[in-house]
Write a protein that binds this ligand. Structure first.
Ligand code: SF4
Ligand code: SF4
Length: 182
């Protein structure tokens, strides 16, 4: 039939014209990232973190640099968390190794920059530093008691005497064995 192809084509065009748009007006509109997206900046839940450094130890590229301080109650806290993004291969090992699930990706894919220094990203925020300051002050006001080294415990008298007794028994036995049968 003459024009059949044209009608079919127009039907497809109209369907997509009035249907849901598959494109985005980037950069005004951002592309929604899936939940398991790996990329962007590391985000840290500072109040959960115990400064165990497992994330840094798990990184095969040495892309995580941490500085740790111990407060007056002998608890550890992070004072700096640098993510060297230029070295990162987004393998996710740091996040998987955090036992307290305090690390995440921020799902921001717009991380291009003109200078290399911009890829040394400080994960701690100003509010984290403020929280650290409060915790350190609270710990200093209520410090933990000093650790007294334990004195070596002397052996118990019964235990000390035991080998002698056994020695005595052994001597007695030898004497008995040495005597001729009467
Ligand atoms: S994603 Fe992988 S390479 Fe990047 S910081 Fe974490 S462990 Fe290191
Ligand atoms: S592994 Fe988790 S809890 Fe330990 S230092 Fe890293 S972010 Fe903090």
């Amino acid at each position: 039939m003459f024009g059949k192809g044209l009608i079919t084509g127009m039907r497809v065009t109209l369907k997509h014209f009035f249907g849901k748009k598959a494109t985005f007006c980037y950069p005004e509109e951002k592309l929604p990232m899936p939940e398991r997206f790996r990329g962007g900046h590391l985000k840290l839940d500072y109040k959960k973190c115990i400064a165990c450094q497992l994330c840094s130890m798990a990184c095969p590229n040495g892309a995580i640099e941490l500085k740790v301080v111990t407060d007056a109650q002998r608890k550890r806290h992070l004072t700096s968390y640098i993510h060297h993004m230029g070295r990162c291969m987004y393998c996710d090992l740091c996040i998987e190794n955090c036992a307290l699930h305090s690390l995440h990706w921020d799902q921001n894919y717009e991380i291009s920059a003109y200078h290399r220094e911009a890829f040394d990203y400080e994960v701690l925020t100003d509010s984290d530093r403020e929280y650290l300051k409060q915790v350190m002050e609270a710990a200093a006001a209520n410090p933990a008691p000093p650790i007294v080294p334990k004195k070596p415990v002397p052996p118990k008298p019964a235990e000390a005497a035991k080998p002698e007794k056994e020695g005595e028994k052994a001597e007695e036995k030898t004497e008995t064995e040495g005597k001729p049968n009467e």
